[in-house]
Design a binder for this molecule. Structure first.
Ligand code: SAM
Length: 338
């Protein structure tokens, strides 16, 4: 892709590769109740600086920032973390952000640990969909992989979310030792619960500390495994849904599966996303560390125009794509939220 030289602010949400931003992912906390081996294991904790509460954006600050993005054209908002459900008052936060004019899709990524209790109130507050992380269906392995997790709670959370009327997708990071022999079972289980299964290629974060390419299962290998067990995969009618997954169908279009092939078949050319950390750092790309602090502008009494100028400058500087393989970012997935 070639960088265009557009004047700053021509359209603050069109980047210099003519990509239009429509989707904002907001990490609402950097805390997580799980310690997944491939994301934030206990032994990496001392490298992670957990932010004090005073550093985290308040609900009022989040509402204001989301309002600015929505006025500029953002239509989809995903709450993530850390673990978003451990943010105190998360149901109220959803209700408030759901009322921001212009936001059409309000969704969440969660580990599901608290979802059995929260699914109905979250749905009633205006949440439309959840992505729930389920890396293995073996309870003992699940515990080992998540450090503190409880598979039965998560599965109950998925069932509660479906019953509450939330659209549900499952996320499994495809790693040989965790779920290499469970790809088909993870699909069958998700479908049986009324969810759409998805697989994510492992990405190197945290300076690559947890990344070993040989452990990862590529999108092509995932497709091969699924096809040999389930029959041909056909590209879904809406192959992309405004997010990073590519969707496939099996069983004559009756069942869907998504694959997020960030490493082997990346999708940077049509990236439509920005990411905001819990402390208000705006990241234009998951794979690079550069960020712009919107919190500094908010807390220095900046105007909405000041926020727009900062957003426009971040969008203009959005890189052509990630360089995960050559130069992994230092930031941690738990801090940025995936
Ligand atoms: N705590 C929530 C959860 O578990 O879904 C939200 C945050 S978590 C960082 C978001 C997603 O990123 C999860 O599905 C998780 O499995 C995935 N993830 C974490 N580290 C990853 C990595 N290095 N590469 C790819 N996906 C990763």
């Amino acid at each position: 892709m070639e960088r265009l030289h557009l004047p700053l602010l021509r359209d603050p949400l069109v980047d210099s590769f003519a990509r239009r931003i429509r989707y904002l992912r907001v990490s609402v906390t950097d805390r997580c109740n799980y310690r997944c081996t491939y994301c934030m294991p206990e032994e990496l904790e001392d490298r992670m600086h957990f932010e004090p509460k005073s550093a985290v954006l308040t609900f009022e600050e989040l509402e204001r920032v989301v309002g600015v993005f929505a006025r500029l054209g953002v239509r989809k908002l995903r709450l993530t973390g850390g673990e978003p459900t451990v943010r105190h008052g998360v149901v109220e936060l959803v209700a408030r952000l759901g009322k921001v004019p212009g936001i059409e899709q309000l969704v969440m990524t969660t580990n599901g640990h608290l979802l059995a209790e929260l699914a109905r109130p979250l749905r009633a507050a205006g949440l439309q969909a959840v992505n729930v992380s389920v890396d293995t269906l073996d309870p003992a392995k699940f515990r080992r992989v998540t450090g503190r997790g409880d598979l039965s709670r998560v599965l109950a959370g998925i069932d509660a979310a479906v019953a509450a009327g939330l659209r549900v997708q499952t996320n499994a990071v495809a790693l040989a030792e965790i779920n290499g022999d469970e790809l088909v079972a993870l699909c069958e289980d998700a479908w049986a619960r009324g969810a759409v299964p998805r697989f994510i290629e492992h990405m190197p974060m945290s300076d690559g500390a947890l990344f070993e390419p040989a452990r990862g299962i590529s999108a092509a290998a995932i497709r091969l495994t699924l096809e040999s067990a389930l029959g041909p995969l056909a590209p879904a009618e809406a192959t992309r849904d405004g997010g990073p997954a590519r969707y496939w169908t099996v069983d004559n279009g009756r069942k869907r599966v998504g694959i997020i092939s960030a490493m082997t078949e990346h999708f940077c050319d049509d990236c439509n996303r920005l990411r905001l950390t819990a402390t208000g750092d705006l990241h234009a790309c998951l794979g690079h560390d550069d960020a712009t602090s919107l919190r500094d502008i908010l807390r220095a009494g900046g105007s909405d125009d000041d926020l727009v100028t900062a957003v426009a400058s971040s969008v203009t500087g959005k890189r052509a794509g990630h360089v995960f393989a050559e130069n992994p970012p230092s930031k941690h997935m738990i801090g940025i939220g995936g």
